[in-house]
Design a protein around this ligand. Structure first.
Ligand code: PTJ
Length: 247
């Protein structure tokens, strides 16, 4: 039992969720390592949503609202950490979910689909009848109506090569990744440098607020966003946070 009064309660609870995901067969063993890396970056950032991340979250919501065929990709870590939040986001922006795994087994794909359905997900792409060109591992397998056909794909925390392959297919990619230096962060069109636990509800909040906004206003928000600049500012925020502790 972790007491709520513990100063790092949220972080420790996140860890418990990932461990639970591994025990249930939803999350891969490698997911534990990914979580550790994420935790380290979150710690360096001060375990809070920065101003820069909040800006990216607003742009992400705008792009999802503008999309014609948005899809939210779900891996083993996202399924363990934010299943309900991803379902809510999907409903807010009309984006079905699709399970897409790096360490893919059919068993784990089906278990995650069942997990999402049991939490209330109604719209999930479940076929694996198409391949993302340029990817030689199992992550290439996608649904021809889902990720393969999407114009905007949200990829919460992952390794980098699929992000580039999706961008090469002409899709707009939104990544959530606490590591502003990662390949995913540098390849995505919009990178949210924030913990997926905070990022997904924030994007949903923006989407609900902006749902009735004019298309032109959303387009302007997306057009004015510069991902490289945003990533550079994330690194500035990280170093500023470290300097503030050093004083
Ligand atoms: O379920 P699978 O088989 O698809 O595998 C999923 C993982 C995440 C294991 C796989 O994609 C992988 O190995 O990813 P990487 O290369 O470890 O990258 C994960 C990235 O996510 C790293 O840059 C971490 O910093 C970041 N990350 C980890 N936890 C979080 C996070 N970003 C946001 N929120 C987190 N909670």
């Amino acid at each position: 039992m972790i007491p709520k009064s513990h100063p790092r309660y949220e972080s420790l609870m996140t860890r418990e969720k990932i461990i639970d995901g591994v025990k249930r067969g939803i999350t891969s063993m490698q997911g534990l390592i990914a979580e550790g890396r994420g935790e380290a970056f979150d710690y360096l950032m001060g375990e809070k949503t920065t101003k820069t991340a909040l800006e990216a979250e607003k742009v992400a919501a705008s792009l999802l609202l503008l999309a014609g065929r948005p899809v939210i990709s779900v891996n083993g870590n996202a399924a363990a950490l934010v299943p309900d939040e991803l379902i809510k986001l999907g409903e807010a922006v009309n984006a079905p979910l699709e399970v897409n795994l790096f360490h893919r087994t059919e068993g784990r794909v089906n278990m995650i689909i069942e997990h999402l359905r049991s939490r209330g997900a109604r719209s999930i792409y479940t076929k694996s009848d198409a391949f993302i060109p340029g990817i030689e591992h199992e992550r290439a397998k996608v649904d021809s109506d889902g990720i393969f056909n999407a114009d905007v794909v949200l990829v919460p925390l992952e390794d980098g090569d699929r992000c580039k392959a999706l961008a090469d297919m002409g899709k707009r990619v939104i990544a959530i990744d606490l590591n502003p230096l990662s390949r995913t962060a540098r390849t995505a069109h919009i990178t949210v440098v924030d913990n997926v636990m905070r990022a997904v509800p924030n994007i949903t909040g923006f989407a609900l607020d902006m749902k009735l906004s004019e298309k032109e206003a959303l387009q302007k928000t997306v057009r004015e966003f510069d991902n490289s600049e945003n990533l550079a500012r994330s690194i500035d925020e990280l170093t500023a946070h470290l300097r503030s502790i050093r004083k």
